[in-house]
Design a protein around this ligand. Sequence first.
Ligand SMILES: *[C@@H]1O[C@H](CO)[C@@H](O)[C@H](O)[C@H]1NC(C)=O
Length: 527
Amino acid sequence: MVIYDPASSVLPKTFISLLIITGLVLTMNGQEFTIEEATIREIQQAFADNKLTSRQLVDFYLNRIQELNPVLRGVVEVNPDARDLADEADREKQSNGGSLGDLHGIPLLVKDTIGTKDKMNTTAGSYALIGSEVARDAGVVERLRKAGAVILGKASLSEWYRIRSINGVPNGWCARSGQGVNPYITSGSPCGSSSGSAISVAANMVAVSLGTETHSSIICPSDHNSVVGLKPTIGLTSRAGVIPCAPRWDTIGPICRTVEDAVYVLDVIAGFDPRDDEATREGSQFIPEGGYKQFLKNEGLKGKRLGVVRSPFVDKLHDSAIAASFEDHLSTLRKRGAIVVDNLHIANIDEILDPHRSGELMVMATDFKISLNAYLKELITSPVRSLTDIITFNQNNPELEKLAEYGQQTFIEAEESTGIGEKEIQVLENLEKLSKEGFEKLMKENDLDALVTPGSRASPILAIGGYPAITVPAGYDSDGMPFGICFGGLRGTEPKLVEIAYGFEQATKVRRPPCFSTSELSEKASV
Ligand SMILES: *[C@@H]1O[C@H](CO)[C@@H](O)[C@H](O)[C@H]1NC(C)=O
């Protein structure tokens, strides 16, 4: 059991040497297996070849977390039972002999809003929920455990999805673990809100992770930390047992280093859950027979129609390296057989991209209050039972929660909301119209398989329509800051998005693990 105290942020002088000592290469029986950057498939192969055990993998990641996390703060807490769970997975492998499924024995972090019925806390990064107890595992965690995955710990996040104070709470900051740090550029943003899930996977502190997205929370941190993020169609994965943000738009998805890993995780977590009945009943109809692995095809780009909307996604790029790389990537996509349909327009795009103006934020705050209060009431024990209680908790613990600095303005606005009334219904009808006349019309009229955008700016389009997307590492800007390329599609089109993303990834293989610079890290750690 390790709690990372935000106050004890002094970087050990031996930091880099520790990194080397830990050994990123495991040598057994004379054969080398490198855990760093290993994919699920490679890990399973190493298990099968008796080169590696789940226990060794868990030990490696726990050591790595111990070394790196005081600086990177991607992990809120580790599972005190992780080693035992790995031992159990290893015993199952021994007695079973064969393969037990792709995630068996694989260590995984889940965002700290995803409920686990074990020794760990589920707190959305806040001290307010310390001491609360969930009734049962979240639906996605149930599926992970059944598949034999080892829940290694809880990933940090932008506290309460930043709904506490949208302009106040920095991306990647939560009271319990402090400011999450981008492992590529410590002064760069890790984005959020699934910041810790992306940081931890990027820095090889874990094999794979889960994040959640309402509005850009998987796509943006994955983009900023050079990893693959998959935002599933609403209802493809269960939200039961997950601290809600705005259930009409919330979705749970994988954050991984490769498209293949993301697909392996999606295959396990997707599906019907009676506890999230309505959404998953609809969402699970999209799941193809045989799952998503069959769409990991090298030729996946062939014949795919990809739309490019230059204004404002390409025209307004701040860095010429990103702009140039996007053009290169378009030509790669074409070379691999995709048809790029360029210079398209989305009606009312300015309104869609401005969540204040479109009313998206107002509905989100309203939904948050209703759904959070319902979530809190269902906890077995909890020091807080309503949004009002949390606001009071923050007021009573200003130092813990950095209240003076970051405020809780959006909480207060949410608290003042009075449910989905006439005004909210009007906003929702308008958002639906914006989606129909905007993204859906664009996709249908041009017979597109995906909209391709540099970075994560298309997120509001994807949010209000409940559409899926995948981001894949696409490069590093002139400062070394990572950026991704995002493929978004209509509801239920994950098979196509996987084909496109995998085809792109195999053609480019852009991702590099971060190189930790001692000076940068010590500077950051001493702040
Ligand atoms: C949960 O939080 C409490 C209070 O900070 C702490 O004592 C406990 O160790 C935490 N659990 C884990 C698994 O870290």
